[in-house]
Ligand binder design. Structure first.
Ligand SMILES: [Zn+2]
Length: 280
């Protein structure tokens, strides 16, 4: 599933194709993705200029010149792809096609159809049911140690589960939770409310550093993620612990024979990877 760095990579890829351009053509091939698309979706987008593309957590917000906002979420397998000219041919699962006044075509392809799109007035974005409970973006100014300390106070859930709560940190997902906790030297099983103030400060820095490094690498291409130009992200090669059970820990150089290296455990049905020696 695309996490924040993958969605940010998609946002940055779409900006040159969309921003400042009018949608001269919109083709909708089916009535729904995960949910029904908005009524008259294609005709309401057609002829509109896109003024900016914002992001909140894993949601893309495309600001239209008429003060409406096109909300897009990639779900599990959603993918925007840019063709500077017309695409060579149709691909299976190309559910939406957008052409711009610059002659580019942008397709939205989603085999599993967990993607989501909506159209709302700009003034209603904060009250949208998918967005209203989202916590601050980890790369934005509202996410800091004081904020996170207040949200973790008294919580008995494991710190990893707390990080996956979208109401605490918008856009955090399974991969980057493991990577952030490794960098912050915090055990994923520790009760969230027991993390020290210093530990929380390390965690905030770690989350930002992991996301910034992942965005710089174009995100992680484990299954479906690609840059809208078609290029793969490369951050999967930069994982310190994720998907590396049994390998030596890169952080503390602990002896593989003594510690068993990177461990994999299952929390809330999802894999967590960590070093039991370095992360406490
Ligand atoms: Zn280690």
């Amino acid at each position: 599933m695309p996490e924040l760095p993958e969605v940010e990579t998609v946002r940055r890829g779409l900006v040159p194709a969309f921003v400042g351009h009018c949608l001269t053509g919109v083709v909708q091939r089916r009535p729904d993705l995960r949910f029904p698309l908005p009524d008259d979706f294609a005709s309401r987008l057609r002829g509109r200029r896109i003024d900016a593309i914002d992001r909140r957590g894993k949601y893309l917000l495309l600001l239209l010149e008429n003060s409406w906002v096109w909300i897009a979420h990639l779900g599990m397998s959603g993918r925007f792809r840019i063709f500077p000219d017309a695409p060579d041919g149709e691909e299976a699962h190309d559910h939406l096609l957008f052409t711009t006044d610059a002659g580019a075509t942008v397709t939205f392809n989603d085999p599993r159809r967990f993607g989501f799109m909506d159209l709302v007035m700009a003034s209603e974005v904060d009250r949208h049911p998918m967005l209203m409970r989202l916590g601050p973006d980890p790369l934005g100014p509202l996410f800091d140690a004081a904020y996170l300390a207040a949200r973790l106070q008294g919580r008995r859930t494991p710190i990893k589960a707390a990080l996956l709560d979208q109401g605490i940190v918008a856009g955090m997902g399974n991969i980057y939770a493991s990577e952030s906790l490794f960098r912050a030297r915090l055990s994923p099983t520790r009760a969230a409310g027991t993390v020290s103030r210093a530990g929380i400060a390390r965690l905030v820095s770690a989350i930002r550093a992991v996301f910034e490094a992942a965005i710089a690498a174009g995100g992680s291409s484990l299954r479906d993620h690609r840059h809208p130009s078609g290029e793969l992200g490369l951050f999967q090669h930069g994982f310190a612990v994720y998907g590396r059970p049994g390998e030596p820990c890169p952080g503390c150089r602990c002896q593989l024979a003594r510690t068993g290296g990177i461990r994999r455990i299952v929390q809330s049905g999802r894999s967590t990877f960590y070093c039991g020696h370095r992360q406490r």
